[in-house]
Design a protein around this ligand. Structure first.
Ligand code: CP
Ligand code: NVA
Length: 318
């Protein structure tokens, strides 16, 4: 008889050599299995030794959690990380991506890339002969979404039929939440000010992937979105690269600060999530961040566990 652990490993064996550029690159079954493996790793029920494999990081934007969680995940898997900061490598001096990708494919076993354009990430993937992971682009943050749904599962035991309401900018984090949530059967409600909703093509894409019975809704009224939700989520109003829009956005997002007033309208056991870094008093109140409903630091820790599961899977270490 096939054990539960063997079943998870069998599903994940198909991810060997695969890129993870978007939450929709993996199936519902594969994402569910990744979350299961993350739980096993977190509880210490599974140990995986990849034997000296090397992860290359190319981060063109700042990062604390993603950078460190990838480094620690790789160390725990018995591997190493090379940080190819564009400021100290030839990447920042304009060496063609096609050359960088082919050279790094000879040295490393997997790449995690944080950049602006999703197309640049796709170009890296097409020129690399090793798996490429999206460590955040302007369009998506799929590793974050894996950690977010692991956190929801830890709180409620099951994901299907739960509702996650995201209050704020229709950005990379919102996009990956919609797509990943759809694949996991979670109802997603996004409330953004007019003009800051997620891109309609991404909303349609998420809806096309939604498991039977789950829905993706976009609205402009945060009070409507939070009603009865099991998770309330927010992110910064101005993402990296949008710093010059900060003042304009503060005006546009008035009334969208996630606070205890919104929490009162949610499910009585609702949890509060934020991908971090947070601007207290802007998109989230200090009180809510520090409240007993906050799972924000568990969510942050979970980046480590899901990325360990992801690296082990794409490197074929199961
Ligand atoms: N949530 C997240 O990706 O954080 P960093 O920007 O610190 O990596
Ligand atoms: N939306 C934010 C997420 C940071 C983790 C940004 O892109 O800056």
């Amino acid at each position: 008889m096939v054990s539960f652990h063997q079943g998870v490993a069998a599903v994940l064996s198909d991810l060997k050599g695969k890129d993870f550029l978007s939450s929709s690159d993996f199936s519902s079954e594969q994402i569910t299995a990744l979350i299961e493996l993350s739980i096993q790793l977190k509880k210490g029920e599974r140990r995986i030794d990849l034997g000296n494999r090397v992860l290359g990081l190319i981060f063109s934007k700042a990062s604390t959690r993603t950078r460190v969680s990838f480094q620690v995940a790789m160390a725990r898997l018995g591997g190493q990380t090379v940080d190819l900061n564009p400021q100290i490598s030839q990447v920042g001096r304009g060496e063609p991506l096609e050359d960088t990708a082919r050279v790094l494919s000879r040295f490393c076993d997997v790449l995690a890339i944080r950049t602006y354009e999703q197309q640049e990430l796709a170009d890296y993937a097409s020129w690399s002969s090793i798996p490429v992971i999206n460590a955040l682009t302007d369009l998506e943050h799929p590793c974050q979404a894996l950690a977010d749904f692991l956190t929801l599962q830890e709180s409620f035991g099951d994901l299907k039929g739960q509702t996650l309401s995201y209050i704020g900018d229709g950005n990379n984090v919102a996009n990956s939440l919609m797509i990943c949530g759809a694949l996991l059967g979670v109802n997603i409600k996004i409330a953004s000010p007019r003009g800051y909703e997620p891109i309609p093509a991404i909303v349609d894409h998420a809806r096309s992937l939604a498991l039977k019975g789950s829905s993706i809704e976009v609205m402009n009224e945060p009070w409507e979105a939070v009603k009865g939700a099991q998770a309330l989520y927010t992110d910064v109003w101005a993402s990296m690269g949008q710093e010059q829009e900060q003042v304009k956005r503060e005006e546009a997002f008035k009334g969208f600060c996630l606070d205890s007033g919104f929490l009162k309208e949610a499910d009585k056991d609702a949890i509060v999530l934020h991908c971090l870094p947070a601007h207290r008093g802007e998109e989230i109140s200090e009180e809510l961040m520090e409240s007993s409903s906050s799972r924000i630091f568990d969510q942050s820790e979970n980046r480590l566990h899901v990325q360990q599961a992801l690296l082990a899977s794409v490197l074929g270490g199961l």
